[in-house]
Each structure stands twice: as C-alpha cells, then as structure tokens.
Design a protein around this ligand. Sequence first.
Ligand SMILES: Nc1ncnc2c1ncn2[C@@H]1O[C@H](COP(=O)(O)OP(=O)(O)O)[C@@H](O)[C@H]1O
Ligand SMILES: [Mg+2]
Length: 238
Amino acid sequence: MLLEINNLNSYYGSSHVLQNMSLNVDQGEVVALLGRNGMGKSTTLKSIIGLVKPRSGRVVFDGREITGLRPYKVARAGIGYVPEERRIFPTLSVLENLKMGIKKGRQVDTSMSNPWTIERIFDYFPFMGDRVAQKGATLSGGEQQMLTIARTLMGNPRLILVDEPTEGLAPLMVKKISEVLRMISQAGISILLVEHNLKEALSVAGRVYLMGKAHIAFSGTVEELEADAEIKAKYLEV
Ligand SMILES: Nc1ncnc2c1ncn2[C@@H]1O[C@H](COP(=O)(O)OP(=O)(O)O)[C@@H](O)[C@H]1O
Ligand SMILES: [Mg+2]
C-alpha cells in the first residue's frame, strides 16, 4: 500500500472533525474522497500533509510513518498537495511559477526513471509553453488550476492530493481538468482526489470513499457506489 491512514483523529480546538478516519491508496490508484460540505475532506488532506497535526492515529507512506511531520518533509517524502484555494504566485510568470515547484518536492536522484522537467510539463500542458512569460494573475481560473497542478508535478511526487480542483470552473474546463488528472494517473502518479462533482470524480477514480460527518460512511468501487442510490442520496447531493 502506498498510503495508509489508520484511525486518525484530528481536532480544531475542541471540535473533533476526524474521528477514527481510515483510508488507503495503492500504488497507481486514483481514489476519490467524496461527501457534503463540512464533513472533513479537506481536513483529511491537511492531516496527511502536516497542515493539521492529528492527535492520534497513523499516516504511513511507502512503508514509512509520516504522521505529524512538517509539510515540507511530507513533500520531500513524495506527496504533492494541490490545495482548494489555487495558490499560484500572481506576480510571477508561468515559468517562474513552475520553477517554484522544484525545490518543494522530492530531489531528483538516479533511481527516478522519468523526472518532471519544464519541457515535459509543456508536452502535457501546451498552453504553458506558449505563454511562459505571462503573469500568473492573468490566466483564467482553469489555467491557474492547471498551473498549480503542474507546479506540484515539478516536485516529482509519487502521490498527489488534490482538493476540489473543478470548483467554480466552467463545464468545458471541468472536463479538461479531469483529462489532466487521467493523464497524470497514466504517467504513474497515484491520486487522492477530493471532489464535490460526483460525475467528474467517478470519471477519473477507480475507488471511492464517502464521508459522513467526521468519518467514512462508505467505501467501494465506483460501480458499487453507482449502484447504491440509497447511499448516494444519504451522503451526497445528487
Ligand atoms: N481552520 C478551522 N478552524 C475551525 N474549524 C474548522 C477549520 N477548518 C475547517 N473547520 C471545520 O471542520 C469541519 C471539517 O471541515 P473541512 O475538512 O474543511 O470539510 P470539507 O472539506 O469536507 O468541506 C467543518 O465543520 C469545518 O467548519
Ligand atoms: Mg473542503
């Protein structure tokens, strides 16, 4: 198992927002974490990458315990994080934004078969190659989202945690983001995807966890979720 979360408990002050949370992601998988607003999806990602320090439980990545490590150490271990708020650098160019991703992630070593380079990013995201000098702030919302994802790839993660990447985007851009995620998955990167958009999530993921308040209410394959109208009605807006 690439990522294992076991009985994680996280709090904001006295409010117990993750209660014995467990989930896992295998090498090569795309796993969706779904659920209504306020259930604890973002907090789950933050508890993995060290922005929220769990009070108990374990996070194990590639056989190594990383529970409560600082975010930069988790990034160096090989986990990339694409937060809900697209954090591009608005006054930096596309190229400068991409370069910011390099030092945050894993250092390239000889064991890495196909490290991410600027050229490879331009193959995947041609618009960036055409607009290297353009300032981040002048990109559209969807382009900024792609730049955030591309910058994360520059850190050579083995797993990326992506929080609601299609939020607020036009339908065509939503489709493009889903294509980008499928492409990244085909490049061998594992993905834990938080989504509110059920249709898009299911078009990318193979397996699904559904959150009720602070806990996992359902886990199964995409097909199992599709077939379960009762669970969908109870835990999702469908
Ligand atoms: N920084 C914070 N301080 C206090 N409470 C928070 C904070 N962030 C989130 N919460 C609360 O924790 C719960 C889980 O939030 P979150 O993980 O953001 O849910 P989701 O991503 O599923 O919408 C919610 O009740 C939310 O209001
Ligand atoms: Mg959230």
